[in-house]
Design a protein around this ligand. Sequence first.
Ligand code: AMP
Length: 212
Amino acid sequence: MKIILLGPPGAGKGTQAKTLSEKLNLKHISTGDILRAAIKNNTPLGIEAKRFVESGGLVPDTLVTKMVAERISQPDVKEGFILDGFPRNIQQAESLDVFLKLQADLAVIYLDSNEKVLIQRLSGRRICQKCQAVFHTQNMPPKKEGICDSCGSALIQRPDDLEETIKNRLLVYKEQTLPLIEYYTARKKLMRVDSDKEPEAVIGEILKILKK
Ligand code: AMP
């Protein structure tokens, strides 16, 4: 099965993808994670993508689409995968349709969330630069402030989680990604989940929907 998690920044795509990946035994492909790793490692892709990621804009389609095409053609995802962060506009969705040859086993889960909730989640998010574990200053604080529970490294705030950049990311989402709701509804692939709820309730709903 191929699953796309669609939704605004802060809707919980990464959190849900991680749990779903464990429960369904499907690989989690996060374009944001791939890009952040490329930036950290100063690869040619990372050097090109850096300014877009840090300003909260979209990395050009040609770069991201090639990156996804390469990843989903690998043997470990032949049986399926969970895409988190792609597609983010109509052009990317059309490219994905071509790669997947409009396959029937595609489910698009739309994580719908209130803007106030999104801003609260994003502005309090802290990540471990070493093992990528995710915390929140209020919703999921680490045992020791500023320190990762899993590996003991320092937690940081993603540069694109700063307030001004959050606003830009939400704007980019509304202008470019929101039209995908209609795109996948028209193709009868979209299923909506209320992601203002606690992560455990959201995953329960997603699993229920996927069983239908
Ligand atoms: P995320 O971790 O999904 O919030 O992505 C972080 C950033 O990576 C985004 O704000 C974009 O700058 C970039 N990015 C991730 N996925 C895509 C994509 N499909 N198209 C363009 N840019 C992307």
